[in-house]
Write a protein that binds this ligand. Structure first.
Ligand SMILES: Cc1ncc(COP(=O)(O)O)c(C=O)c1O
Length: 325
């Protein structure tokens, strides 16, 4: 879906019109992928707009920046307030939130340290990433011929722009082959993740998800789903998963800020379970949607309201410090 091209974008602390939020073509990030970013969501709830786990997302941004030796004069609360200010300025009830830190314009040697660290926060409306129907019917996916990055090459734990070159290859191959998405293995042949989603497998009522060491991004949705599944009484195990375990699973589903909780109905044309959303997936999906849509009490302090009691002041209550991993 194309951008409408209106509204305000936060750039280094200033709100600028969408059309003016530009950078120079000689900026370091354009050439070398030297950016780190986040993807979060703000949902419309009965008590007003609320960002889901904004603190965890902004903490991951800070950690991605730390790995890449980037510093920026905003602390965790400063980042959250910048996001909330931008949502308020755009008067959006629900949106996708994309903060990015990037190496800007100065020189074009490989060394990023000579270039400034600039930042932006972009918002737009983004519906179900793999389609509304996919949330119920599930998606058909393939195991990608592309692996995720090997350990100690590009750090998978950092949400870095550079990593998305790999994601793009996985996604393009899947689409070219007639699938909605690809599942990448790590370089050891174990299951890693989708191009932009983590993955869970259900077998005999137990949930399994690849561990951090399987070259995954430590997803905030993954962390939330582990918590919700445990709340519901399921055992959840983070472990290495062999490729073939996907084919014999009772249920498999993707999770992520964009994809939310999307069932997978076939992998490499092999039907997963009954070939439609399984009962565990459905239960977990409902628990997740109930939280993000504010339908049940926010037991874990995951929602940060954009407006407090209609006074249009910044939300001061921050959710419990969360560790996305
Ligand atoms: C490669 C990759 N893995 C997993 C995820 C899921 O992470 P999160 O739940 O924090 O959105 C994303 C999305 O950000 C991603 O791009």
């Amino acid at each position: 879906m194309a951008f409408p091209g209106t509204g305000k974008i936060w750039m280094n602390g200033t709100l600028v019109d969408w059309k003016d939020a530009t950078i120079h073509v000689a900026s370091h990030v354009v050439h070398y992928g030297s950016g780190v970013f986040e993807g979060a969501r703000c949902y419309s709830t009965p008590k007003g707009s609320a960002c889901f786990r904004l603190d965890a997302h902004m903490r991951r941004l800070e950690e991605s920046a730390k790995i890449y030796r980037m510093t920026y004069p905003l602390d965790l609360v400063g980042w959250q307030n910048a996001v909330l200010d931008t949502i308020r300025a755009n008067r959006m009830a629900a949106c996708y939130i994309r903060p990015i830190l990037y190496r800007g314009y100065e020189t074009l040697g490989v060394n990023p340290l000579t270039c400034p660290v600039d930042a932006a926060i972009i918002l737009w409306e983004w519906g179900a990433y793999l389609g509304q129907e996919a949330l119920e019917q599930g998606v058909d996916v393939k195991v990608s011929s592309w692996s995720r990055m090997a350990p100690n090459t590009l750090p998978a734990m950092a949400k870095s722009s550079a990593n998305y070159a790999n994601s793009g290859l996985i996604k393009m191959e899947a689409l070219a082959d007639g699938y909605s998405e690809g599942i990448a293995l790590d370089v050891f042949g174990n299951v890693s993740e989708g191009s932009g989603q983590n993955l869970f497998m259900v077998r005999n009522q137990v949930l399994y998800t690849p561990a951090l060491a399987s070259s995954i991004l430590g997803g905030i949705t993954r962390d939330s789903i582990m918590t919700l599944a445990r709340d519901l009484g399921y055992t959840v195990t983070e472990t290495s998963l062999p490729r073939e375990s996907l084919y014999t699973a009772d249920e498999v589903f993707f999770v992520g800020t964009a994809a939310e909780v999307t069932p997978i109905r076939s992998i490499d044309k092999i039907t997963v379970g009954s070939g439609r959303r399984g009962p565990v997936t459905e239960r977990i999906q409902r628990a997740f949607f109930d939280v993000i849509n504010g339908q049940i009490p926010d037991r874990h302090g995951w929602l940060t309201y954009v407006h407090v009691d209609g006074d249009r002041e910044p939300a001061t209550r921050q959710a419990t410090p969360a560790n996305a991993r």
